[in-house]
Design a protein around this ligand. Structure first.
Ligand code: DAH
Length: 338
C-alpha cells in the first residue's frame, strides 16, 4: 500500500497550524522532513514504482516536501520576529523617568576653616609648608627648646612610636624643619593634623592646627600684633575686639596668648566664654633664640614671630557648634548644614 503525499501534506499543515512555540515547530519539521521522517519514507517507496506513476508520485512528494518546508520556515521566522519584539519591549527604556540624584558631599567645616586661614595668609605673602605627622622627638620638642627633661613637655601628652619617634603634638614641629632647609626671609604657614593622648568632651586624640611664622631682619612684636590682628579681623569680622595677654611657651620669648571678644555673647559673659567675655584663640610669640640656635640661624641677625591655632576651636566658634565630637562622626546630616 503506497502512502499519499497529499494526505501527509494535509496532516503536516494541520499540525503546524496548531504549533506556536519554536520547539513544537522543530519537532514537526523533524517528524516530516528529517532523515528518517515521513517524506523520506515516502521517497523510499519510489523504488516500488515505475513509469508515469513513479514520476507523478515523485513530483507530488516533492511538492508536499517543498510546501512543508515553506510553511516551517515561515513559522520559524514569525516566531523569531515575535521573540525579538518581546525582548525589545522588555528592555524598553523610559527616558522620561526621573533620574536618581547623586548625593553631593559637603566640605567638612574643618576643611573650610583651614582653607579660609590659608587664603588669608596666602594673601599676605605666606607660603604653605607641610611636615610629617609621624615626627622625630627632635623636631617636635628638642629643636623647639623643649629638652628631654623639660617640665613643659607635660603640657602635651604624647603618643610615642619609639624613644625618638612620636606622633607630632603640634604643627610647631614644622618650624625647625623649614628653617633647617631654607634661609630667611621666611613667611610660612603649616596646616595639619596633630595628636595628643587626650580624650574627653573638649579634647580628641587627633585634631587640626595651623602654625605660622615669619623670620627676617627686624621682625618685631608689632609685626606680630599687626599680622594677627589683621588675620583675626578677616576671620571673625572687622569689629571683633582683640587682646594680647602675656603667656609662656618654651619656643617663644616673649610669649602671648591672643583672645577675641566672645562671638556668642559679644562680651557680656556666657557659658562659652565662661563669663569672661573673651575667647582664647591662639598662642604666639617672638621665636626663642634657642630655636634659632638649633637651626643655625644667627639670632643677632634675624628675628621672627610664630603663632599656632586650633582649627576645630575656630570652627566651633564660627559655626556655633557646641560638641567637638560632631567633627569626627561624619554624620552627613551634620555636614550638610554648612
Ligand atoms: N604649639 C602650641 C600648641 O600646640 C601653639 C603655639 C603657641 C604655637 C605659641 C606657636 C607659638 O608658634 O608661638 O599649643
Amino acid at each position: 500500500m503506497i502512502g499519499s503525499p497529499e494526505k501527509l501534506l494535509k496532516e503536516a499543515l494541520d499540525e503546524l497550524q496548531r504549533a506556536s512555540a519554536r520547539d513544537e515547530v522543530l519537532q514537526i519539521k523533524a517528524k516530516y522532513l528529517g532523515r528518517k521522517g515521513e517524506i523520506a519514507s515516502l521517497l523510499k517507496e519510489l523504488g516500488n514504482l515505475t513509469g508515469d506513476g513513479k514520476r507523478e508520485f515523485g513530483e507530488s512528494v516533492n511538492r508536499a516536501k517543498a510546501r512543508i518546508e515553506e510553511e516551517v520556515e515561515g513559522l520559524l521566522s514569525a516566531i523569531l520576529d515575535k521573540e525579538k519584539a518581546e525582548k525589545l519591549e522588555e528592555e524598553r527604556l523610559d527616558v522620561t523617568l526621573p533620574g536618581r540624584r547623586l548625593q553631593l558631599g559637603k566640605r567638612h567645616p574643618v576643611t573650610r576653616i583651614m582653607d579660609e586661614v590659608e587664603d588669608i595668609f596666602s594673601g599676605l605673602g605666606f607660603d604653605i609648608a607641610e611636615g610629617p605627622e609621624v615626627e622625630l622627638d627632635y623636631y617636635n620638642f628638642e629643636a623647639l627648646n623643649l629638652p628631654k627633661d623639660h617640665p613643659a613637655r607635660d603640657m602635651q601628652d604624647t603618643f610615642y612610636i619609639s624613644e625618638e619617634v612620636l606622633l607630632r603634638t603640634h604643627t610647631s614641629a614644622v618650624q625647625p624643619r623649614v628653617m633647617e632647609a631654607r634661609k630667611p626671609p621666611l613667611r610660612i604657614i603649616a596646616p595639619g593634623t596633630v595628636y595628643r593622648r587626650d580624650s574627653d568632651i573638649t579634647h580628641t586624640p587627633m585634631f587640626h592646627q595651623v602654625e605660622g611664622f615669619m623670620v627676617d631682619r627686624n621682625v618685631t612684636f608689632s609685626n606680630l600684633k599687626g599680622i594677627l590682628t589683621l588675620f583675626l579681623h578677616r576671620l571673625f569680622g572687622e569689629k571683633t575686639g582683640i587682646r594680647f595677654r602675656p603667656s609662656f611657651f618654651p619656643f617663644t620669648e616673649p610669649s602671648a596668648e591672643v583672645d577675641i571678644r566672645c562671638v556668642i555673647c559679644s562680651g557680656t559673659g556666657c557659658r562659652v566664654c565662661k563669663g569672661s567675655g573673651w575667647l582664647e584663640i591662639l598662642g604666639a610669640g617672638m621665636i626663642h633664640p634657642e630655636v634659632f640656635k638649633s637651626v643655625k640661624y644667627d639670632a643677632e641677625e634675624f628675628t621672627g614671630f610664630a603663632f599656632g591655632l586650633g582649627i576645630e576651636r575656630i570652627a566651633m566658634l564660627k559655626f556655633g557648634i557646641d560638641d567637638l565630637r560632631l567633627f569626627f562622626e561624619n554624620d552627613i546630616r551634620f555636614l550638610r548644614q554648612f
